[in-house]
Ligand binder design. Structure first.
Ligand SMILES: CC(C)(COP(=O)(O)OP(=O)(O)OC[C@H]1O[C@@H](n2cnc3c(N)ncnc32)[C@H](O)[C@@H]1OP(=O)(O)O)[C@@H](O)C(=O)NCCC(=O)NCCS
Length: 144
């Protein structure tokens, strides 16, 4: 699914270095299937660190090209955000298109530095608890 939905070379992106040798968060790795069991979309999350803070790195999220624009991506994101909140995570970070993610409440993070090469305009955050990003600053590093 991911190879189909993303350009070749996706694994050279900085987000992938934060995932190397780190298990994803199993409760937040979800797939969407239709009534016949065919895969329509997938989402995964990894834990990361920003100084002494912890965050969830959202992604990759992808919806099969034949099913895009039908709300599946939004359903996967909303479902897992609620699950993350129930699991008492405080904050989510991702690298993505602000015009898409702002509908869920994501906003640009100005004080957070992703490993290069990352366009800072694409570094977005979501607060699972009120004020969860207040005062959080620094480099995003791999969860050890
Ligand atoms: C991005 C993606 C996960 C969205 O899933 P989806 O099920 O197609 O999206 P939804 O049906 O929930 O939402 C569709 C809406 O999002 C908009 N949208 C989709 N991708 C967008 C983007 N990159 N930027 C801005 N808007 C976007 C669509 O135009 C549509 O808008 P509308 O509601 O005004 O018609 C899916 O298109 C995909 O897999 N894309 C390729 C992989 C990818 O880019 N993943 C995200 C990496 S950051």
């Amino acid at each position: 699914m991911y190879d189909l939905c993303f350009a070749p070379g996706r694994t050279v992106l900085s987000s992938y270095r934060l995932r190397d040798d780190v298990p994803p968060v199993p409760e937040l790795c979800r797939v969407a299937r239709d009534e016949t069991g065919i895969l329509g979309g997938a989402i995964r999350y990894w834990p990361v660190r920003i100084g002494h803070w912890q965050a969830l790195l959202l992604g990759p999220v992808a919806v099969h090209p034949t099913a895009q624009g039908e709300g599946l991506g939004a359903a996967l994101i909303r479902d897992t955000i609620e699950r993350a909140r129930a699991l008492e995570w405080a904050r989510v970070i991702l690298v993505g298109d602000e015009p898409y993610y702002r509908r869920f409440g994501f906003f640009k993070l100005d004080q957070i530095v992703m490993p290069p090469p990352t366009n800072p305009e694409r570094v977005l955050g979501y607060a699972l608890t009120p004020g969860a990003w207040e005062g959080v600053a620094g480099e995003v590093t791999r969860h050890s």
